[in-house]
Ligand binder design. Sequence first.
Ligand code: SAH
Length: 250
Amino acid sequence: MIRTAIVAALHNELASVLALMPDEHKKAVAGRDFWVGHLHGHGVVAVLSGIGKVAAATTATLLIERFGVQRIVFTGVAGGLGDGVRVGDVVVAEALLQHDMDASPIFPRHEVPGYGRSRFGTDHSLTEQVACAVTDVLKDAGGFLSRETRAAFDLQTPHLHRGLVLSGDRFVSTATECAALQCELPDALAVEMEGAAFAQVCHDFGVPMAVVRTISDRADDAAHVDFPRFLREVASQYSAAILDRLFRAY
Ligand code: SAH
């Protein structure tokens, strides 16, 4: 049986994943709790990645080397960068890039030394499956969110976007920083703090991976406002619904 890792970035998201697992048991390694069990009959290991690229890389390596996972699905939230990428939309990564990697002028800006590249692609078929699950969930997005929640975050009809996601060890929360990233990497859809580290480790081990992120903010001066409430009321519901569809479908 294929063993899949489900990685959440924050507590609320993990809690909603664990609620879908009937038989999970905990194994603690390196200060992390790995929850081993099943989701709709498929073998899974669920874990919090920890915030930032180093925590993410350690978690990815442990999942592959200690827990023998054969594929990884990362679910979390991110700041929207792309035109029309709004709060409540969902982004599925086709590629990931570390926006704070800069060994210039020895290497081109953003290139990871030793790899000859700045962008790491996600797995095509796993990404397609995740995108299908998201499309299904978004059709019914109003359905599982309360009217108050939708009003509080001014959630319109949510959309799925697919493309480039940026990661770096920084919560991007000023209009200035956000504009600089948009100018430097105009095709970037969203910014977060872990995905590209997972992509690099998965590249090293040849493990297929996918990243799905609900947009929690626009990475601008208002990025920190209501962030915890968004996680609790919106993002964790999305993660659970997307994973439920994904594991039901395959
Ligand atoms: N205060 C938060 C932590 C914020 S870190 C807490 O309650 O713990 C933000 C997390 O969300 C990271 O895991 C990152 O991947 C993602 N994220 C959301 N919006 C982001 C933004 N604008 N910039 C960078 N990361 C963002």
